[in-house]
Design a protein around this ligand. Structure first.
Ligand code: IPM
Ligand code: MG
Length: 360
């Protein structure tokens, strides 16, 4: 295949981890006879520094023209004092909206070799942990009306949570379709005992579920879900939820696996176009030191090959190469135990690359 990728390296460790991901994609290209063309574009803090805007027009255009987007990470303390609408994070929100990436898929998987890092009692995660958060990504409170006003002489601020049926239906479909390929269980998380938007969410999800009689559906309030994820995470297969609740619960779920530096994500629009990025952030404190873990970005590329390009063998090979690297005992700093030998960003990229050849 001849594939055009937009690459946004971003800030902090973003450039280092994307460099390793590209190293792996290039090896996959030569092993399986594909061609990846990379179009580098700017977004986030680095774009502010170079162009004055966090999301230049050309970035959006290039992403739209590409077959998929790879993103490292954006943000950092340097731009923390910028006003809300000018912060690097705004580039992410802008990209999600401009590319209509309404479905955010965040698998939380425990790697066997890293099960020691799981903060929960062994009996709670026995046999592994494999759930996925399906988060609505272009609506809700993130994109609702917001503003400031004076109420009773005091300054007030508001952010509106609003969803329409179309937005809920399409993300619910994504969750049910995914559940059909997995363990056929969807847990929809809302706050329907308080919020009107959640009541619409719940009734719409119930309607969509009629098309998926094989999938077991249940509903949880978000406060209960936050508790259940640490109390009994194995009850979940697919968690379906709104933008804000998904932001919070996906961090919680990924931390529970103990593998947060390892987890990939995709943000999809219709037709499987997607932006792929690690779950972790830009980690400015460790940037430029060759100590970041590139595996989440590498696994995001595997997710891309499988989801957007249906290149299943290629995706499997990358995932097996990462697993073998862990099983052989290689660790980046974030996942190493005290006194364990630590491998650098580039070096672990090289090891994964050489494992691809062995596993093909
Ligand atoms: C995420 C991040 C973003 C979000 C921030 C950086 C805007 O936390 O992707 O989960 O809140 O969606
Ligand atoms: Mg988040």
């Amino acid at each position: 295949m001849n594939i055009n990728l937009a690459v946004i390296r971003g800030d902090g460790i973003g450039p280092e981890v994307t460099a390793e991901a590209i190293k792996i994609l290039d090896e996959i290209a030569s092993l399986y006879n594909h061609k990846f063309n990379y179009n580098e574009v700017l977004a986030g803090g680095v774009a502010i520094d170079e162009t004055g805007e966090c999301l230049p027009e050309i970035t959006v255009k290039t992403c739209k023209r590409s077959d998929a987007v790879i993103l490292g990470a954006v943000g950092g303390p340097k731009w923390d004092d910028f006003p809300g609408s000018k912060r690097p994070e705004q580039a992410l929100l802008g990209l999600r909206k401009a590319l209509n990436l309404y479905a955010n898929i965040r698998p939380a998987i425990m790697f066997d070799a890293l099960s020691d890092a799981c903060p929960l009692k062994e009996e709670l995660v026995k046999g592994g942990l494999n759930l996925v958060v399906v988060r609505e990504l272009t609506g809700g409170i993130y994109f609702g009306e917001k503003g400031r006003k004076i109420v009773d002489g005091y300054e007030a601020a508001y952010d509106v949570e609003e969803y329409n049926v179309m937005e809920i239906e399409r993300i619910a479909k994504t969750a049910f379709e995914l559940a059909m390929k997995r363990n056929k269980k969807v847990t929809s998380v809302d706050k329907a005992n308080v919020l009107e938007s959640s009541r619409l969410w719940r009734s719409t999800v119930n309607n969509v579920s009629k098309d998926y009689p094989k999938v077991e559906l249940n509903h949880q309030y978000v406060d209960n879900a936050a508790m259940q994820i640490v109390r009994n995470p194995k009850q979940y297969d697919v968690i379906l939820t709104s933008n804000l609740f998904g932001d919070i619960l996906s961090d919680e779920a990924s931390q529970v696996t103990g593998s947060i530096g390892m987890l990939p994500s995709s943000s999809l629009s219709k037709g499987n176009f997607g932006m792929y990025e690690p779950i972790h952030g830009s980690a400015p404190d460790i940037a430029g030191q060759n100590i970041a873990n590139p595996m989440a970005t590498i696994l995001s590329c595997a997710m891309m090959l499988r989801t957007t390009f249906n290149l299943i063998k290629e995706a499997d090979t990358i995932e097996s190469a990462v697993t073998k690297t862990l099983n052989d005992g290689y660790r980046t700093m974030d996942i190493a135990k005290p006194r364990e030998k630590v491998t650098g960003t580039k070096e672990i990229g090289d090891i994964i690359k050489s494992n691809l050849k062995i596993l093909i």
